[in-house]
Design a protein around this ligand. Structure first.
Ligand code: FE2
Length: 501
């Protein structure tokens, strides 16, 4: 096993210069998505419109469901596979920006995933708006050599064109929806429809060509819809679709309650993680209750809930009153730009503390990465840039947590380091008040573009491999840094074994 970021700086991908072979796979004219570019922001406006004028996701989803039912998709939305009692699968979150970080994950994924039965893409399959013609460079090309089926749940970005691209690729080439009912003039829905972003005319004309890249029989999969369950070996994997705003509609809620019954141990996959950044987000179900209520119900036998949306890895082992431990995981590090972890406050949620919490990248590495980005962007490198040792030391001081990497020479924490850490959003111990922070948390506000040339290794990307037996699940988070060393032997950044009931 190779060194991870928890062992050494080299294990994190710092200080080495041999780039990975993924570069050969990157398309020559890879699109660079910049979340500062007004064109991308304007195209991705439907989430904001849904929050202002009412969210049409549930209604549109019902019309997609009717189309799939008419085409003969199973009413219970269960995919019944014939995997043996012992099998493995991959979970990859927030993949589709089509840039170097997405492709950098591929070699390690092919290596660690070579004997897996299938992969699940956990939300945001295609940025910025889920267009059908983006599936070539952002899905079919990167995963062309993965020899097994890929299932997916959509994220908010896949919904920015009413899910049309996603339905074509994953749901048996379902064609576009006919126009919905005309809204009453001057109503909220009418205003929304005036401003609504719609697919480019002719979008999808290159899809047939792109599909050839994953055309072998072993790679094919058809889903009953954007939300589904997979019965595989001894477990049931339940994938939900949280739409534009991170909620689920009443019809899907009723289905989720139904499909959660029964003795099989279950794993939830969602585009809205239930615990993230030290907070609990139970995910409301239209008409009452939450997704987390359903997950915690002992009769439903969930053992883990894995969510994309936030582009890093986090794990919260929550011990419930009845003595069970549920693993709540964030797994959105599969390709898009990296969300900071150094902005996660000292963890204390649902009984989970720093002693049990895990994340990747480590907070110190995240701060070093962002300090470098800000330094380059602002041309104030001498002020901003922190080495990974300095960053780890100032994190340890501010959050009052122990060193997370086997310590080398301890760095002296200076006023500049404290100032940079504070500006870049590192929290403080609760007794120390809030200060001004630069926007590192929300991609939309950030001062840098994730796909820009200044975005260089280590990328701190990750994917999950889950090994299933009748007795237990073994969940491992593997890293991809963009460096050759971690491509050859992807480091294990976290590992947990979950006994099955
Ligand atoms: Fe995302």
């Amino acid at each position: 096993m190779s060194e991870s970021s928890r062992d050494t700086a080299e294990g994190a991908g710092w200080g080495v210069s041999e780039r990975g072979e993924y570069l050969r796979l990157v398309p020559r004219q890879a699109e660079k998505i910049s979340w500062l570019n007004p064109r991308h922001l304007w195209a991705a406006r439907n989430g904001v419109l849904a929050s202002w004028f009412g969210d049409p996701t549930g209604e549109v989803r019902a019309r997609w469901a009717a189309r799939r039912a008419a085409a003969g998709a199973p009413a219970d939305r269960v995919i019944r596979r014939d995997d043996p009692d012992r099998f493995s699968f991959l979970v990859i979150g927030d993949t589709g920006e089509g840039g170097e970080p997405q492709y950098a994950v591929v070699p390690g994924l092919l290596k660690e995933g070579r004997d897996t039965a299938f992969a699940v893409l956990a939300s945001d399959v295609i940025y910025p708006v889920g267009a059908a013609d983006d599936y070539g460079p952002k899905f079919f090309r990167p995963y062309q050599d993965y020899r097994a089926p890929v299932y997916a749940i959509p994220g908010n970005h896949d919904w920015y064109e009413d899910l049309a691209g996603f339905m074509r690729v994953f749901c048996d080439d379902t064609g576009p929806l006919p126009a919905g009912p005309k809204p009453r003039p001057l109503s909220r829905a009418w205003l929304r429809s005036l401003l609504w972003h719609r697919p480019r005319p002719g979008d999808g004309e290159h899809l047939d060509e792109a599909r050839k890249l994953r055309s072998s029989p072993a790679q094919q999969a058809v889903q009953p819809g954007p939300y589904w369950a997979i019965d595989a070996g001894p477990v049931r994997i339940v994938g939900i679709d949280t739409g534009l705003l991170g909620t689920i509609d009443a019809e899907q809620g009723a289905w989720l309650r139904e499909v959660s019954r029964g003795p099989r141990p279950k794993i939830l996959v969602t585009g809205s993680p239930l615990y993230v950044d030290g907070e609990h987000h139970p995910c409301p179900v239209e008409g009452g209750g939450t997704v987390d209520d359903i997950v915690r119900d002992p009769a439903h036998r969930y053992v883990a809930a894995i969510g994309g949306d936030i582009h890093n890895y986090q794990r919260y082992p929550v011990r419930l009153d009845d003595g069970r431990t549920l693993q709540y995981v964030v797994a959105g590090g599969g390709g898009a730009f990296t969300h900071a972890t150094h902005t996660i406050p000292r963890v204390d949620v649902a009984g989970v503390t720093e002693a049990d919490f895990r994340c990747y990248p480590l907070r110190g590495d995240s701060l070093a990465f962002y300090s470098d980005l800000y330094g380059r962007r602002t041309r104030l490198r001498r002020f901003f840039s922190l080495t990974e040792t300095e960053a780890a030391a100032v994190i340890a001081e501010r959050l009052g947590i122990g060193p997370t990497r086997a310590p080398g020479a301890p760095a002296r924490v200076t006023r500049r380091m404290r100032l940079v850490a504070g500006l870049l959003g590192t929290g403080r111990r609760p007794d120390r008040g809030k200060r001004f922070r630069l926007p590192v948390r929300k991609a939309y506000q950030s001062l840098f573009s994730p796909g820009s040339a200044t975005y260089s290794p280590p990328f701190f990307k990750s994917f999950l491999r889950i090994d299933v037996t009748p007795e237990a699940l073994r969940l491992r988070c593997f890293a991809a840094t963009g460096q050759r060393a971690q491509e050859v032997t992807p480091p294990v950044e976290d590992e947990v074994t979950v006994p099955l009931p």
